[in-house]
Design a protein around this ligand. Structure first.
Ligand code: NAD
Ligand code: ZN
Ligand code: ZN
Length: 359
């Protein structure tokens, strides 16, 4: 096995990631080494690289929490996976297993949780370490590149839709139809809801319609809340906000039906005003939702294995990572970019050299 690997490293917040040649880590007791096949690029990776959130990672670190790969080495005492298994290394990298939240299957809010590509090195690297008790088990029949977006965008939206507590046949609205949102629309349809897609980009809305949205609305239009309320007979029973924009949050609460639930998932830095009278008088629930548990993960992967949802992916080499993050920042990624590690490094390097020569 090679001794070194390529990795994209955040060396300082707000700076381009550096492609570095690093030693391949070796798994300690209770850890596994995963050879990365694919890793999706989430808007969270951009927040991480910019240091957007109150809880900050410590540079240098390797982002990426949609990593899919093959287990190639086991540390002492590992029995939960075996060499050759295809696993996903998600945002919920590990949790303590014994606090009140872990005991009640809410490991996502464990106070000792580690986050992949944030507090632990992630999947923008040819190899990464993982906790075998928290990896996603990728069903046979799903390729690495198509599984990658599911282990963050998929599980987060699947869980978020469940958290709306809407019932089949009711309206679920998805604000932000990008990486998370394009999965949310498909999960919501597969779960039996009527679906409204809301975005500021007409291209994303056209895609939302192709994915099955029953209604699409441009968030920059006139009196958007009134429009959604008219079309849905009173507002969305469940509202899921994936948009990384504070404006979308205020709008989402306004569009939630009386007694409905507005689930907050997008994480732009900052705060948003809550129209208190409307929330109180209309008995609206506003609720945060953070990725999903291991059980949610298994369920959301099964939807894909059963052919009910499918991520739209654009493949790129690791060397393109800064361009990809830049495009995410400017809303120029149609759905999800997945870094494809299946091409040999020298091929990727050659194609980068060719691109530079063309530039
Ligand atoms: P993305 O960039 O792929 O998609 C964002 C979409 O929102 C785009 O289609 C964009 O056009 C749209 N948008 C922007 N402003 C809008 C507005 N005002 N109204 C409606 N739509 C608007 O991003 P992504 O990867 O889907 O991530 C979205 C957000 O979710 C990020 O903040 C990310 O950190 C967060 N996130 C949260 C969790 C969680 O567990 N809660 C998990 C993953 C990602
Ligand atoms: Zn993510
Ligand atoms: Zn815990």
């Amino acid at each position: 096995m090679a001794k070194t690997m390529q990795a994209a490293v955040v060396t300082a917040f707000g700076q381009p990631l550096e492609i570095q040649q690093l030693n391949i880590p070796s798994p300690g007791a209770g850890q596994i080494l995963v050879k990365t096949e694919a890793c999706g690029v989430c808007h969270t990776d951009l927040h991480a690289a910019k240091g957007d959130w109150p809880l900050k990672p410590t540079p240098p670190f390797i982002p990426g929490h949609e990593a899919i790969g093959i287990v190639v080495a086991l540390g002492a005492g590992v029995t939960a996976v075996k060499e050759g298994d295809r696993v996903g290394v998600p945002w919920l990298y590990s949790a303590c297993g014994h606090c009140e939240h872990c005991l009640s299957a809410w490991e996502t809010v464990c106070g000792e949780a580690e986050f992949g590509g944030y507090t632990q090195n992630g999947g923008f690297a040819e190899y990464l370490l993982a906790d075998p008790n928290f990896v996603a088990h990728i069903p046979a029949g799903l390729s690495a590149v198509e599984a990658a977006p599911l282990i963050c965008a998929g599980v987060t939206t699947y869980k978020g839709i469940k958290e709306t507590q809407a019932r089949p046949g009711e309206w679920v609205a998805i604000s932000g139809c990008g990486g998370l949102g394009h999965m949310a629309i498909q999960y919501a349809k597969a779960m039996g809801f009527k679906v409204a897609g809301i975005d500021i980009d007409d291209g994303k809305l056209a895609h939302a319609t192709r994915l099955g949205a029953d209604l699409v609305i441009n968030a920059r239009g006139d009196d958007v809340a009134a429009q959604l309320k008219k079309e849905t007979g009173g507002g969305a029973h469940g509202f899921l906000i994936t948009a990384p924009s504070l404006a979308a949050f205020k709008q989402g609460v306004e569009m939630t039906r009386k007694r409905g639930t507005c689930v907050l998932v997008g994480l732009p830095p900052g705060e948003f005003p809550v129209p208190l009278f409307d929330v109180v008088a209309n008995c609206i629930t506003v609720r945060g939702s953070f990725v999903g548990t291991r059980k949610d993960m298994a369920e959301c992967l099964q939807f894909a294995a059963d052919g009910k949802v499918k991520a739209d992916i654009e493949l790129q080499p690791l060397s393109a990572i800064n361009n990809v993050l830049d495009r995410i920042e400017h809303g120029d990624v149609p759905s999800r970019v997945v870094i494809d590690f299946s091409r040999p490094v020298d091929e990727v390097t050659r194609s980068t050299a060719a691109a530079l020569a063309d530039a």
